[in-house]
Design a protein around this ligand. Sequence first.
Ligand SMILES: Cc1cc2nc3c(=O)[nH]c(=O)nc-3n(C[C@H](O)[C@H](O)[C@H](O)COP(=O)(O)OP(=O)(O)OC[C@H]3O[C@@H](n4cnc5c(N)ncnc54)[C@H](O)[C@@H]3O)c2cc1C
Length: 339
Amino acid sequence: VHLQTDLSLKPFNTLSIDATATGLAQVADYSELLQALEWAQQRGLPVLPLGEGSNLVVAGDIDGLLLKQGSDKVELLDASDDTVLLKVDAGKDWHQLVQWTLAQGYFGLENLALIPGAVGAAPIQNIGAYGVEVESFISRVHGVDLATGKTLALAHADCQFGYRDSVFKGALRDKVIITSVEMQLSRHSHPRCHYPALNAWLEDHGITDASAQQVFEAVVAIRSSKLPDPAVEPNAGSFFKNPVIPSAQVQALLAQHPEMPVYPLSHTQAKVPAAWLIDRCGWKGQRDGDVGVHPQHALVLVNYGNCSGSELLAFARRITNSVSEGFGVALEIEPRIYG
Ligand SMILES: Cc1cc2nc3c(=O)[nH]c(=O)nc-3n(C[C@H](O)[C@H](O)[C@H](O)COP(=O)(O)OP(=O)(O)OC[C@H]3O[C@@H](n4cnc5c(N)ncnc54)[C@H](O)[C@@H]3O)c2cc1C
């Protein structure tokens, strides 16, 4: 097992926040994982799973062992004329998986192209983009109980997937490390192009009846042109979840702000874009020292230099306070906070 102690986490989180962790273990297989768990147990340290650090705020120094998985094997478990069942190890880079599946003629993941991170993290917040969520493809999640070292497998229903949510953020938070994910993909291409920005891009480029490959290319093009690259402007993607609020409250807000975009979820609830609320409160492009809201993306907080995790979170709190005062809507932070 490759174990480093007291190291800087700056290269391990896309917000590029500089703090230290007691240890970081990079494990290649189950036996190395058990060695790492034992190392932490002997020192009374918590074990904290780490992927590619793209959905993480390091709020301060971490008293704990970060556990990063190296294995990126993809296994074909089953194949029929219509579907394939893949078992993908947690360390596989998500976008590489998307590319690989399309090259094999396994369809479904094309809308989720270019989402940063590792496969092991994908179920945690049920990654989603352009009208598709990863849960539609997940049949089973394999993991290890951090307290006992025992392996476990959860069927789709046990994962309790929701919007940017799963059991791994709830009852199993900090209890399980995901080691591989089983996904069922289609051998027939059924592109989903209903998402407005995707649909508009395809129309603008004269593409009708798009193939899965064309959807993939469209998503890559849209994301590359729109989203700030963490390598240039360190960020963790959307910093706030889109709030889900009761329809009665939506009606009351619409009476005052008829132009507010609303995505109804049911008769009783609707989703409102956090970006719109933040923009309306005047935060887009605002900066305080080394932390700020991206000038083009109200949802993206950027570390413009050497901001600390606590500075970033204090800035985020000012945003949530002003949205709460202005609209009576509570914003929730999307990334996980460590330290
Ligand atoms: C520019 C940018 C764009 C983004 N766009 C999107 C988007 O469109 N849609 C979307 O859904 N997300 C998006 N994200 C967020 C991010 O890509 C996802 O949340 C991704 O799944 C995080 O993967 P990671 O490997 O970097 O996880 P990390 O940031 O390393 O980990 C996040 C948390 O997940 C948990 N975790 C990670 N791996 C494991 C494991 N193996 N077992 C148990 N727990 C684990 C840990 O609790 C950890 O704290 C974006 C981020 C960025 C920076």
